[in-house]
Design a protein around this ligand. Structure first.
Ligand code: ADP
Length: 626
């Protein structure tokens, strides 16, 4: 029989499994049992919706059998089984190959990392076994097949005999090594403990033959061994349990078993509603961003069960886009089993559940923010962008729901603050909520435009993400306070005495400013004496709605309409540079035009905008140097 090769990625993962020094190898059993449970879900659902299949509650189970003599551990199920093609395709590739491929070579070297972070599934059996044999007979198929592999060098597949539909996986358990004992995976007590720990809530019975000792019949002192099949797990699905009976660890195990994520969730939400609509749900707010979260490939959704039977793996209609990071499941007895995806979308019950879930998530996030600020900030680092996107999307329909969940970095607090916190601290005379945009906190901190606002003692929110300014535009204001960019024409700040001379300077030097405007025609709308600059010589500001930051973002969009902000070049009349310009204007107009262009380029650089002609700028600087 010829051996078939694994795909390159699978081979790599397998090699890692075989050589793994991971300390929780026991999780292989959770992975195999979880696969079996999924397979039973599938046949169970089929049987319920297809009358031609007979259906008997007792015929669905998982069985774990340990054989110490032969060093084998077998996990068999009465699930839907696999055809020959499915054996080849499903067991020859990695389910999460996307996330796997995403990892770097060095990260992959560390076996611990991989296993902790990714659902390695079936392959994890190679952590404890030298040989893995899978015998399976698929529903609707007459033949059974045997898949076998001794590791990374490939696998064989051949027809075989199997009476019942389902799958049987036999692991030839590794011999003990100096550092590691594998015997424990053949020990009934240890196996029972592992099953209890990770798979207690599996809804189908997990059976095991257990040997016990009993007093020999007709004797009082002598004992004899007996064997008995026991059901190890409690079988009540976790979402049907009482919250008070469950520990954080139970919820975490469920998260891992279901492969909702490979991180440790920040929060779980267990919902049991028994009102106009009845449902149970277990939802999780993950800690880390799934690797594909901000890509088109990411699909949101919750698992949907109808009275305990899985009817959809990812029901997108249950979650609004701005909460798309939420993972978990919903079970409702009010949903029909036979419901099609199209009908489901319009189902009134489902809509009620979705609405209810939305407000529960919102409530949980609010209390996380209020009571566990650190955790909320951690969450916000990962998913804040999505919330802000939610404020902006659908023409601001959801802004009321989200405005108290968004945060921005504060110039004063030097950390993230909410809009509510900002507004509550505003001095009475402060008219606007000020913000400054830029690539990073460090860059914004240095922006000349922030000078006057900061000097007034007003707090400034730093916008470092593309979505920020668009989101607050949609909000318009918060608690009747409008947002205002520190670069905007009118800052609504009373100018003090020292600044009064701006008008005077502007009148006095009208010709100079007109001249500079001419020089910069087409580049800026106006050249003015600045009311906001204190120590810096020059900056750009904008008139009108569109800010420079928005211009930058819009110009990167594929349908770039070439929209431009109305830029104003502001000159600090109290700066020595201004004197030089005035002097030049009296004697050497050429020089003024050189100065104007230079100042304009400087202002562009400060904004992080590209220079039209860097060579010209370089030549201009040289002119000044010689
Ligand atoms: P995952 O469970 O994350 O998809 P696995 O590597 O554990 O990844 O399994 C790969 C696929 O093999 C499963 O998605 C399923 O289609 C199939 N499979 C695994 N175990 C069984 C089983 N006991 N019965 C039927 N199909 C199975």
């Amino acid at each position: 029989m010829t051996k078939k090769e694994f795909k390159a990625e699978s081979k790599r993962l397998l090699e890692m499994m075989i050589n793994s020094i991971y300390s929780h190898k026991e999780i292989f059993l959770r992975e195999l049992i979880s696969n079996s449970s999924d397979a039973i879900d599938k046949i169970y659902y089929r049987a319920l919706t297809d009358d031609s299949l007979s259906f008997d509650q007792d015929s669905y189970y998982i069985k774990v059998t340990a054989d110490k003599e032969n060093r084998t551990l077998t996990i068999s199920d009465t699930g839907i089984g696999m055809t020959k093609e499915e054996l080849e395709n499903n067991l020859g590739t990695i389910a999460n190959s996307g996330s796997f491929a995403f990892k770097t070579e060095t990260e992959l070297k560390d076996g611990y990392d991989i296993i902790g972070q990714f659902g390695v599934g079936f392959y994890s059996s190679f952590m404890v076994a030298d040989v893995v044999t899978v015998i399976s007979k698929a529903l609707g198929s007459e033949e059974a097949y045997k898949w076998e592999s001794t590791g990374a060098d490939g696998y064989t597949i051949e027809p075989c005999e199997k009476e019942l539909i389902g799958t049987e996986i036999t692991l030839k358990i590794k011999e003990n090594t100096e550092d590691e004992s594998y015997d424990e995976y053949l020990d009934q007590y240890r196996l029972t403990a592992i099953i209890k720990k990770y798979s207690d809530f599996i809804r189908y019975p997990i059976k095991m033959d257990v040997t016990g000792q009993q007093v020999k019949e007709g004797s009082e002192e002598e004992f004899e061994e007996y064997q008995e099949e026991q059901i190890i797990n409690s079988m009540v699905p976790i979402w049907r349990k009482n919250k008070s009976e469950l520990t954080d660890e139970d919820y975490e195990n469920f998260y891992m078993e279901k492969h909702y994520g490979f991180d440790k969730p920040i929060k779980h939400i267990h919902i049991s509603v028994d009102g106009a609509v009845r449902y149970n749900a277990i939802l999780y707010i993950p800690e880390k961003i799934p690797f594909d979260y901000y890509t088109k490939e990411f699909a949101k959704g919750l698992e949907l069960y109808s009275n305990g039977v899985l009817i959809m793996e990812k029901c997108a209609d249950l979650l609004p886009d701005y909460f798309s990071f939420v993972k978990g499941m919903v079970d409702s007895e009010d949903l029909s089993l036979n419901i099609s995806r199209e009908i489901l979308q319009h189902d009134r019950q489902l809509k009620l559940i979705a609405k209810n879930i939305k407000s529960k998530i919102k409530g949980q996030l609010q209390s996380l923010l209020k009571d566990e600020r650190d955790k909320y900030e951690e969450f916000y680092q990962s998913f804040g962008r999505q919330l802000k996107y939610g404020v902006y999307s659908d023409y601001g329909t959801h802004k009321e729901d989200l405005q108290d969940l968004i945060m921005f970095y504060s110039s004063k607090e030097k950390k993230l603050v909410t809009l509510g916190e900002y507004v509550s601290r505003m001095p009475e005379e402060q008219k606007y909520i000020y913000y400054a945009s830029g690539d990073s906190v460090e860059r914004i901190e240095k922006l000349p435009q922030t000078e006057i606002v900061a000097e007034k003692g007003y707090e400034i929110l730093y916008f470092t993400e593309d979505i920020d300014e668009f989101a607050i535009r949609m909000l318009m204001g918060y608690k009747e306070k409008e947002f205002r960019s520190v670069s905007s024409g009118d800052l609504g700040i009373q100018v003090d005495e020292s600044q009064k001379n701006t008008e005077f300077e502007e009148k006095e030097n009208k010709e100079l400013f007109d001249y500079m405007k001419e020089v910069l025609a087409g580049k800026v709308k106006d050249v003015r004496v600045s009311k906001r600059l204190k120590s810096h010589p020059v900056c750009l500001s904008t008139d009108g709605e569109l800010t420079i930051e928005m211009e930058k973002i819009l110009s990167m969009m594929p349908d770039n309409q070439n929209v431009k902000a109305e830029k104003v070049l502001e000159i600090n009349a109290n700066h020595e540079v201004f004197n030089s310009i005035k002097e030049a204007f009296a004697s050497d107009k050429e020089k003024v035009s050189l100065y104007a262009n230079l100042l304009y380029s400087q202002a562009l650089l400060i904004e992080g905008l590209p220079i039209n002609d860097p060579v010209e700028l370089s030549n201009d600087i040289c002119k000044l140097m010689v």
